[in-house]
Design a protein around this ligand. Structure first.
Ligand SMILES: *Cc1c(COP(=O)(O)O)cnc(C)c1O
Length: 430
């Protein structure tokens, strides 16, 4: 394919040759980093493949079950595959886990009893967990069941405040929750290595404390997962990285047999546990999505780096900065005005395979104190491993951009977002 043909097809999408050339110049400086991302994906691909070979995955594992779902060989094999990839004793991988928040709520409520305390040593948790924990009053929160909560904030530079963590650990501290990705906060995301360091410190203060890691958006970004560095449980959503874009629903909890066993009893019922839970015919998508997940995650990572590399030189601050190593697939770009947020999101939406003709407008959302704008044209509703962007319309007017099932699609979406910004006189090429 020659360059002229590419420019022509991009022009049909609405991307000018000038924006295309600007993108190519940025890309020429990114080849070495993209190679490193591909090597990580190659390693993680082999890890997933080995787990599928070891567990002798076969066509018989794709059969649908209904009703109670007793003796569901496909479901059980998928859980062994997840356990092998995350190097844990056990795994709970279910379409009955409706989302990431649900998976986290199950993991927490299964492993905390009245009188126990939960500690977050990395500052405030993800928004939706506030009601799970009871930081914001809510029915059926952990707080309502007599579980208290303590928090040690990070240092201003985003590092762990070890003296504060030591002081926060007490007799009641039963479980420590560590969020790998920053989510919508302004703090760094953590590498598996950093999480391992934090876990070692916590265990040096209290050897028998249990550690859970909210692994959302972090899966397959690095060769190591938090379960490789001492976490008792890693928890996440199947409509993010590990579902590879194919899983239509689901969540996972991988960890020690003791912790995961309790989670299974909490998810279904005491006495039933992992024995029940029909797969409803979703297993082909869950297996195949997990198989593709390392490559899909790599594409999303390239998109995040490409976005920062286009926007940062134009004067839009990026978190992480363009040159920074990635710990998750989220890219925040501070655009500085509501109009710029709208133009950016219009570009992402226009580049979507689904609902490309829709114009995103800000709207009120439960739990947010400002209207939220969202661009998402996804095959799976709400899937954020697919190309998407969103953010609360308030200063500093930052959009959070993530996903892309393929690197080529992420690239197209980012170029079109910039084109919309330029068309609206909100950005200028150098
Ligand atoms: C997405 C996410 C969750 C869970 O969100 P759901 O929308 O319920 O799947 C939890 N923690 C972090 C850090 C996340 O990014």
């Amino acid at each position: 394919m020659d360059e002229r043909g590419l420019k022509e097809i991009y022009r049909e999408i609405g991307i000018s040759p000038e924006v295309y050339d600007y993108g190519e110049r940025a890309l020429s400086g990114l080849r070495a980093r993209f190679d490193a991302i591909d090597r990580t994906a190659e390693y993680n691909q082999a890890k997933v493949l080995n787990a599928m070979r070891k567990n002798r995955v076969g066509a018989e594992h794709f059969a649908a079950t209904t009703g109670y779902g007793y003796n569901d060989a496909g479901r059980d094999a998928l859980e062994r595959v997840y356990a092998d990839v995350f190097h844990t004793e056990a795994a709970l991988v279910r379409p009955q886990i409706t989302c990431g928040t649900h998976a986290l709520a199950v993991a927490l409520s299964a492993n905390l009893l009245p009188g126990d305390e939960l500690l977050s040593p990395v500052g405030a948790p993800y928004d939706t967990l506030e009601e799970v924990i009871g930081i914001r009053e809510s029915r059926c929160s952990l707080k309502e069941y007599g579980v208290s909560y303590a928090q040690a904030d990070l240092n201003p530079d985003g590092s762990f405040n070890y003296p504060a963590i030591r002081a926060a650990i007490n007799d009641k501290t039963k479980l420590i929750t560590i969020q790998r990705s920053k989510g919508y906060a302004v703090r760094p995301s953590f590498s598996a290595g950093q999480i391992g360091e934090l876990i070692r410190f916590c265990r040096s203060v209290k050897p028998d404390v249990k550690i859970m890691v909210d692994n959302c958006y972090g899966e397959f970004v690095e060769p190591l997962e938090p379960s490789d560095v001492g976490a008792d449980m890693v928890v996440g959503s199947l409509i993010k990285n590990p579902g590879g874009g194919l899983a239509p629903i689901g969540g996972y909890i991988c960890g020690t047999a003791e912790c995961v066993g309790r989670c299974a009893y909490r998810l279904s019922a005491p006495g039933l546990g992992q024995e029940v839970g029909a797969n409803l015919g979703l297993l082909p998508a869950l297996y195949q999505g997990f198989f593709l997940a390392p490559t899909v995650t790599a594409g999303a990572l390239k998109g995040a780096i490409f976005a920062a590399s286009l926007y940062e030189p134009l004067g839009f601050p990026c978190v992480p900065a363009a040159a920074e190593t990635r710990r998750d697939i989220i890219q925040a770009v501070t655009l500085g005005s509501p109009e710029a947020m709208s133009a950016f999101c219009l570009g992402i939406q226009s580049a979507a395979p689904v609902d490309s003709y829709v114009t995103p407008v800000p709207g009120d959302m439960p739990g947010y104190d400002a209207p939220v704008i969202m661009a998402a044209g996804a095959f799976v509703q709400g899937s954020s491993i697919e190309l998407s962007a969103d953010g609360p319309v308030r200063p500093p007017y930052a959009v959070y951009f993530q996903g892309g099932l393929t690197w080529n699609h992420a690239k197209t979406g980012i170029l079109l977002s910039l084109q919309k910004m330029i068309d609206a006189n909100l950005a200028k090429l150098p």
